[in-house]
Design a protein around this ligand. Sequence first.
Ligand code: CP
Length: 466
Amino acid sequence: MKLANRNLVTIDDLSNEEMEALFSLADEMAGSIDAQYGLCRGKIMASLFFEPSTRTRLSFEAAMLRLGGRVISTVDVGATSLAKGESIADMARVVGSYADIIVIRHPWEGAARVVADYAGVPVINAGDGGHEHPTQTLCDLYTIRKERHSLERLRIALWGDLKHGRTIHSLIYALARFGASVLFCPGPGLELPEHVLRRLSTEYKGELKRCRNVDQVPERKLFPIDAVYITPSSPHQLAMLPDVSVRVELKAGVDALYVTRFQKERHVPTVEQQELKKKYPVVDKELLKGKEFAKTLVMHPLPRVDELACEVDSDPRSMYFKQAAHGIPVRMALIAILLGSREVVISRESRSFAQKMDYPVYRRDSGVKCCNRNCVSNQETETKYMKPEFRIVNNAPLTLRCIYCEHELHPGYVASADWHQGKLENKKYHSADSRWARKIKPENLIVFASEDEAQAQQFKPSNYVK
Ligand code: CP
């Protein structure tokens, strides 16, 4: 299997075996950085960062320079023609004709997918809103692999803003694919989005347990609120286990505690937001005294603010500056592979715990829009050429997942395209949760956000409308 000319938009664009091969190449490059100069001679990387970045942008650019390639870059939407109303698709086409590879960070979720669809050269997602940040996950896994010598069946605790942390979302999917047990420890109101949990329990065959902090003593609170725990065991079902305590789940120890900051740029500034920020959990020496953390790697994608005390920096368990430094060999390996400057040997054996799902796609003009206001498919400059597009991931309840940002929605009303066959009297719509609605084949499905919308398209209510 070749990796040249592929995109890296989500972490699922790389198989476990491809990641392992990339890490082996990163090891080789880390041991001979200077010898790699010239590998990408004559190649140009466009570095488009429309959100602040220190690590990702500078390590990508340094990686390309160390490979002997060149870099063109922009760090401000206001300095590009996007500020004049140009679409991302047009920008992608143009930049794809100037550069051999594009690295993009953008605040809109799904923006990197659009760039990949239009650029005609490999595109790397360096962070799209709160959606994904796959190359940070590569740096994280590479760090764990170096320290633990394996990525299989790890025990990881994820800490902080699990709702908006894009690094968290990419990392969870990768960890689940390597069979990790993951304990989610969100700040108050910052729990993992439901659509991410649902994916973990379906595609990644995780068993989800909700844990209560039943055994906490006030003077040493381990976690601020209830946590969710996922293991790779079957059967995969969401189980409420009120008597399972966080401490019991941690008894076997934790390989890594992955801390994230409060993602203030993804919140609307309000009094409530300030309150959430005040209650944000902090990792410090006191917390790390616990037996369960004796051999724990303390990880953070950085930048940190107040959630990780500086006193931890001198602790041998702290890994965050190593994670950032590993950005160079990991991104050198990635650029070289995607440009076809280096090939890697990939084993055919699949060791993933995830199941590839082949969901039918919904892409009709009529119907619903993505429910996520920050999704690229909802932006004025993009709606001129782009239709909302969804995967039909469940029938009961009917669930559509946006192909750009992966938020899920549940349309209220449906009709079938083959039943009305041009006959107006047959144009009937049904409640999406009715027995009748479930008989509609995916290729015939028409969805409506409301009855008004169905009626505006000349559909009449059937007997299956509640
Ligand atoms: N970890 C990370 O993405 O850092 P930057 O925002 O500085 O690139």
